[in-house]
Design a protein around this ligand. Structure first.
Ligand SMILES: *Cc1c(COP(=O)(O)O)cnc(C)c1O
Length: 433
């Protein structure tokens, strides 16, 4: 399969190049040239299939032309030693729990898949030059990528995160690992971290010095596998007889919802989608006005969604032929202040006993407000509430238990490299590596 750039001025790439390079030469995002529809047989059988087998079938549609079938199956099975269950919260509203992986957030799926696919391609090349993964994080990406790649031979990971703007629990998930993982604490906001990464890819001298790739949701190997769990969720809902399914995704950089939309193009029976945002409302405003106007990100309770210029907007725009009408006919939006997020968490806990994290709360609230009669809503619970324990405990007045795999990270020692937000400093550091 060939991948073209959303900016349309870079040459097309094969899967290997798209995965290793991450971003196209013209700074565009890679898009698969076509999207294969899943067969009728697959949809007929889906509700009786295991998650891993559903995932393998979907992976084959994306990557089957470029990866050997046995290797692809191993890769998918190895990515998913955990489940993504659908749990009923109240009548008509279900939670797709994406926090059962090693770092308790949905990004584990894409990060684990990407680490394994990248290793597959490096091994195939047979040259032993180290590949360096640069990843900017507003919290959860860093931990998922660092853990997905931990100990993977031939790959070094640099995690850039904004100083003081990720939760202590998130921070220890990528600063305590050591081995092939280096954490870089940037004196700035998430957008500064992302700018450093993007500049590094464009710097010729640096790229001659070391082989660089990204692991942000812009990488096709990270965002496409996220479609796996949407197929599985719909299969589970169909099994209980649900119809008119509405998928609601708490969104930041819009990689997760983008994967769901790709699933829809593959024939996944979802009636419509909702992108739920915190106070960072650039996409919400686009839906209302037809104008996409990026702005600096605002710090909120749901910090993994604090994105002022979501990269994957370019993919969504491209997917629907840049048509505002097509986009708004399928996707609606919602935006919530921190106060509203707290209210939602309290109300949901009081009414149902379900503990939402601040990100999932945006999704739940959007369904509560926007679901129409006869529809079944499923929102992504994108992280385990214990990842935001201080906030969740304070808001709900409870003592959220910390799962063992999370507690294990907190015992390690923090190690990170302090960095300014100037690209010249970052470049100088990398040139010495
Ligand atoms: C990354 C993240 C999001 C946003 O996902 P995007 O793919 O960037 O839209 C939402 N919630 C949590 C907990 C996250 O870690």
């Amino acid at each position: 399969m060939e991948y073209y750039s959303t900016n349309h001025t870079a040459p097309v790439a094969n899967l290997r190049k798209a995965v290793v390079k991450g971003l196209a030469e013209d700074r565009g995002l890679y898009m698969p040239e076509h999207i294969n529809r899943m067969s009728k047989v697959f949809f007929d059988n889906m509700k009786d299939m295991s998650f891993r087998d559903i995932a393998y079938n979907v992976a084959e549609a994306f990557f089957g032309e470029d990866v050997d079938p046995d290797a692809l199956q191993d890769l998918v099975y190895d990515t998913l030693p955990f489940d993504c269950p659908v749990v009923k919260v109240k009548d008509g509203i279900y939670s797709l729990e994406l926090f059962h992986g090693p770092t308790l957030a949905f990004k584990d799926v894409g990060a684990r898949f990407m680490a394994r696919l990248l290793q597959y391609f490096i091994r195939q090349e047979g040259n032993h030059e180290q590949v360096n993964v640069l990843v900017a994080t507003s919290g959860d990406t860093g931990s998922a990528v660092a853990n997905g790649f931990l100990g993977v031979e031939g790959i070094h990971v640099y995690v850039l995160y904004p100083k003081g703007k990720v939760s202590p629990i998130q921070e220890c998930q990528f600063t305590t690992l050591g081995q092939n993982i280096t954490a870089i604490e940037v004196d700035g906001v998430f957008d500064d971290c992302q700018a450093l990464v993007k500049n590094a890819f464009m710097d010729e001298e640096l790229n001659r010095h070391m082989r660089l790739t990204s692991a942000n949701s812009i990488n096709v190997a990270r965002f496409l596998p996220q479609a796996f769990y949407y197929f599985n969720a719909v299969a589970q809902l169909k099994q209980t007889g649900c119809d008119n399914i509405v998928v609601c995704v708490p969104s930041g950089n819009f990689g997760n919802i983008c994967a769901a939309l790709f699933g829809h193009e593959m024939g996944l029976p979802v009636k419509r989608f909702i992108a739920a945002n915190n106070a960072n409302d650039v996409f919400f405003n686009y839906l209302q006005t037809g104008r996409y106007e990026p702005k600096p990100s605002i710090q909120t309770l749901a910090n993994a969604m604090d994105v002022g210029d979501p990269s994957n907007f370019a993919r969504i725009y491209e997917l629907y032929g840049k048509s505002h009408e097509r986009i708004t006919s399928l996707i609606s939006g919602a935006t919530y202040s921190d106060e509203q997020i707290k209210q939602t968490m309290r109300q949901c806990y009081a009414e149902t006993g379900y503990v939402l994290d601040p990100h999932g709360a945006c999704g739940y609230q959007a369904l509560k407000e926007l679901l129409q009669p006869g529809e079944t809503g499923v929102f992504c619970e994108t992280a385990h509430p214990a990842k935001f324990k201080e906030k969740v405990d304070e808001i709900l007045g409870i003592d959220t238990p910390i799962p063992d795999r999370l507690a294990a990270f907190m015992k390690g020692t923090k190690q990170s490299v302090p960095m300014s937000k100037d690209f010249s400093d970052f470049k100088q550091f990398l040139m010495k590596e």
